[in-house]
Ligand binder design. Sequence first.
Ligand code: HEM
Length: 420
Amino acid sequence: MTRGDFIWQWAARDSTPEPCHHAAMTSDPLDVTAGVPYATLADLRATCPVSQTASGAYLLARHDDVLAATKDLGAFQASFREPGVVVPPEEQLISEIPEPRHGHVRRIINSAIAQHRIGRVEPFARDLCNDLLDGLLERGQSDLVAEYVTPIPATVIAHLLGADPADHSRFAEWSDLVVQSTYATKNRRADGEEGEGLVGVAPEFTAYIDAMIAERKGAVDPPDDFVTRLMNTEVDGERLTDLEMRTQLAFLLIAGNETTRHLIANMLETVCTDPDLFARLRADRALVPTVVEESLRHDSPIHVLMRDCMEDTTLDGVAIPAGVKVAFSLASANRDERNYDTPDAFRLDRPSAKDHLAFGGGPHVCPGASLARLEGRIALEVFLDRVETARVDDGYEREPVPVFWANGPRRLPVALTGCS
Ligand code: HEM
């Protein structure tokens, strides 16, 4: 059957159409080994907004469907686990905790990363970016991803958590270890088999967090950091247990690191490969926040959110049965031509730059958005303050990071000259 036949079949049905199948598409929309397949996603938005991929997962391609689905907690729940894996409540990551408990834990976490407190991290982040650039500018040549981008979010979170500065450099490694491991699929199974869980994957990291919690519990005057705030915040008369704190603190590192780093890397790639944009930004720093937003839209650092479908649901006229996996394509939603003019273009004149779904939507919308925006802005501002010219190596081709839900370049080799 040809691709046209499939599309015709879908279009010809007037009630509860079957989803288009992956075979109808030019490539698997969830296969990002060669980068986010924007052409395939555009095809899906036009012809098959609710499709079924090679793995059997359903994929939502349109902005309004994705936004509506993020709000429908009855139908869709976050899915990090293989079928049959049971995770004890205290080890559930905030994203996968069902309501009403999610709202409760979320209020506690929000109090730890509240916007008015996040602003205080700005001088630390600025000094960090300047220190990192000192070394790079001396050498004149750098893989910006490894040497500038990667240390920024991991170090900022380590600082906010309240870690000893001598240990800051270990956080990027711990985050990689957890993200690249299969810990999320190796917790306790329904058949009773014990999986590794977070402790099995990153024992040093969990021991480190446990020690931070214990120290603050024993201190007369504990420092004002994430750990102390999580420990002391009470919502509806309840606090998090030590195990819940460890789970959520570990998740904060991963959620804030393996996302913000791609935001910064994507922005720098855009700016360093577009000399006109680079010159424009050096002349006008007021454009930086808009670049941050447009980068989040154009190159969503999380390109897909995975969900389990909890009950039979109909979306865009397509029946999605309970029990299947559903992929919310944020990358596709953010380039939906129904919502954005010339969606593939990187533009600084969009009427509402913040109007995108890079941070998700609904009750699970990212609580770290202000921190991510602050880090993105500072990383770019300091780069523009310090770097006179940045030339990406000849023959540079974007190589995607090896994390299936993330979207950023693995390397960014550039020649740099500093401002005199
Ligand atoms: C550019 C950077 C970031 C991007 C693109 C991003 C994106 C997202 C998205 C799309 C979600 C929704 C997930 C879902 O619905 O399942 C989310 C949730 C979350 N993010 Fe972020 N994030 C970023 C930075 C951060 C930072 C810096 C932190 C904190 C340090 C953070 C903490 C969280 C947490 C705790 C959740 C779970 C919220 C919940 O389930 O209620 N994120 N993020």
